[in-house]
Design a protein around this ligand. Structure first.
Ligand code: PXL
Length: 278
């Protein structure tokens, strides 16, 4: 049998199923890679207490990683919500020791429901320890702005400059996502010598919970399958755009993207792209 490529996500559990570990594993399954997970924290809302984040112990985190490594091994690894400086530092050590080909760092900081998914003192560790080990980082505009010491980002030109400057942190590639731009959803990929913009139409919906997780999980899956960074981003953007087009909600709360949309409707978007050398 042709065995599927293997992808590990190190991230938080999002109880509602739209984001975090749950979004990652659904995406891996859709794209026919073998998914594994290390849960760093459990995110759940407690209406009375407001308590939101339940960090897991370092022992539990290490045990999950060791199990996945021994039972399966990794072609690619993706990080999502890591929450604390300690978990970021340990994750960096584990990545270095495991010598993984493709490392996708989604620098998750704040959830759609304003849940705080990264402690303030963790940003430094993210920049110094984890990002330098990554193949690609996938910040949205807010995260890119924070990583650039609160630089305001408003236009595609701002995103291009942000991608070039973030590259200095040591990632091989930088993808700055323009989901919060006015107008079309334009993402910017900097590959060190060339910048490519990927453009999808803006879809008028609030149901985009977990869109960032899903997008970076799809990039991880395609890289694990041997695609180039350019093709992985192009295919993943098509996957997430179709998932957003078919997003929905069961309640009055912000709903999930539809991870099965591309398989079910076969409606891969034509993403417009343009490359310029720097
Ligand atoms: O979408 C960001 C995100 C990532 N990881 C976890 C989350 C969320 C958003 O709520 O809960 C665990």
């Amino acid at each position: 049998m042709n065995k599927p490529s293997r992808v590990l996500t190190i991230a938080g559990s999002a109880a509602g199923g739209s984001a975090g570990i749950q979004a990652d594993l659904k995406t891996f399954q859709e794209l026919d890679v073998y998914g594994m997970s290390v849960v760093t924290a459990i995110v759940g809302r407690h209406p009375q207490t407001g308590k939101n984040v339940h960090p897991q112990t370092m022992e539990a985190i290490e045990a999950q990683f060791a199990t996945a490594q021994a039972q399966v091994g990794f072609d690619a690894l993706k990080t999502g919500m890591l929450f604390s400086k300690e978990v970021i530092e340990r994750t960096a050590e584990l990545i270095e020791s495991a010598e993984i080909d493709h490392v996708i760092v989604d620098p998750v900081m704040v959830g759609k429901l304003d849940s705080k998914l990264l402690k303030d003192d963790a940003i430094h560790a993210l920049k110094e320890k984890l990002i330098p080990l990554s193949t690609v980082i996938t910040p949205n505009m807010t995260e890119a702005s924070i990583l650039l010491d609160d630089r305001p980002l408003q236009t595609v030109a701002d995103l291009k400059q942000a991608a070039i400057d973030l590259h200095e942190l040591g990632a091989e590639y930088v993808l700055v996502k323009g989901g919060r731009l006015k107008g079309p959803a334009v993402d910017v990929l900097y590959e060190g010598t060339a910048i490519t913009t990927f453009e999808a139409p803006r879809i008028d919906t609030v149901n985009t919970s977990g869109a960032g997780c899903t997008y970076s999980a799809a990039i991880a899956a395609y890289l694990a399958k041997g695609k180039s960074i350019h093709d992985a981003v192009l295919l993943a953007k098509s996957f997430i755009t179709t998932a957003i087009e078919h997003s929905f909600t069961y309640t009055d709360q912000v709903g999930p993207t539809y991870h099965a949309a591309e398989r079910k409707y076969g409606e891969a978007y034509r993403i417009k792209e343009q490359t310029e050398t720097i």
